[in-house]
Design a protein around this ligand. Sequence first.
Ligand code: TXA
Ligand code: MG
Length: 335
Amino acid sequence: MKNTIIRHISSHSPEQDIIDEAAALLRAGGLVAFPTETVYGLGADAINPLAVASVFVTKGRPADNPLIVHIARIEQIYELSPDVTEDALTLVKHFWPGPLTIILKASEFIPRIVTGGLDTVALRMPAHPVPRALSLKLTHGMVGPSANISGRPSPTTAQHVLDDFSGKIDFILDAGPAAIGVESTVVDATVSPPLILRAGGVPREELERVIPGVHAAKAHHHLRQSPGTRYRHYAPRARVVLVEEGSRDVFESLLHRCRGQHLNIGGIIHTAAWESLPEVSEIRLLRFPASEYPRRLFDSLRKLDRLGVDVIIVEAVPEHGIGAAVMDRLRRAAE
Ligand code: TXA
Ligand code: MG
C-alpha cells in the first residue's frame, strides 16, 4: 500500500512548489492524478515504459487500449509525430488548448506500450494549466488516461480518484470539480476527412464548421481505430437503464417491474414528466437540467452507487452539441 497524498492546487495559477513536487514524482516513475477541464487523469512520464506499465496495471486496463499523451507546447506535436497533417494543424489552431485529442502517426521513440502497439499516437493539449505545467517538466509529455478503475465512471473530482485509487497511487492534485465533465473528443487526423473516434468536449458541429466532411466513425471503425471503445465503460455497479426523454409510460412500467423484484431504484432525470408518479417517492431521484448532465453525470452515477441502488433509470438528453457525448457514455454504461 502506498500513502496517497492529496494536495490542493489552484486551477488558475498552479503553485510552483506543488508542481515541482508532483513533477519530481513523475520523473522518478511515479503516478500522479491531475485535474483537467474534462475529467481527472492518471499521469505518468510518457517515455518511461515502466511508469506507463504501472498505469495499465493500476487501472486494470487492457494492454491494447492506448493512452493519450498530454503536451504543453504546440511544437511538441512535431517531435511526437513525423507526419503532422494539414487537418491536424487546422484542429490545433481552432481547438487547442482544449478538450480535443488528435491522432497522428507516432514517432519511433514513443514506447509502443503507450500506443497499445499501434503506429499512431493520441495527442492532447489541455486548457487546464495544471496538466500543462506538469507536461512542461517532462521531455516528451505525460500520458494520462482518465483516473478511474477501467470500466468505472470517469472521475470528475479528486474524491472520485481517491475512491478508486486510495493506497495505489502516490499523489492526487485537487483543483476542484472538472468544468466540462466528459472526456475530450478523439479525432483521427491521419485520414482525410478526419474521423471522430469518440464524442466528447468539442461537439461534432463545431468540428464540422472548421473541417467540413468530418464525421463520426461507424461501429466497425471504432473497433479497428480506437480500441478503447470496444470495452464496457462508464459503468457503475448498479444496472443502468436508459429511457427516452419524458417517456412516462416506460418509466412507470420499469418502476413496477423493479419493485416487483424488490430492487432499490435510483433515477437521473431532467424533465418534470415523472415527478407526479405516486411511486416516485420511493426512488433516489437526482434531477437537474439537461445542460448540467455533462458536468454531473459521472458524479451522479457514483453517488447512486454509494447509496446502494440496484438499478439506475436515466432519462435521455437531446443528442446535439455535447449531448452527443453524454448519450454515448450513457449507452455504454447501459450495455
Ligand atoms: O479528456 C480526456 O481525454 C481525458 C483527460 C484525462 O485528458 N483522458 C482520457 O483518456 O479520457 P482515456 O485513456 O480514458 O481515453 C482515451 C481514448 C481511449 O478510447 C483510447 O482507445 C483512445 O483514446 N486512443 C488513444 N490512443 C489512440 C490511438 N493511437 N488511436 C486510436 N484511439 C486512441
Ligand atoms: Mg477512460
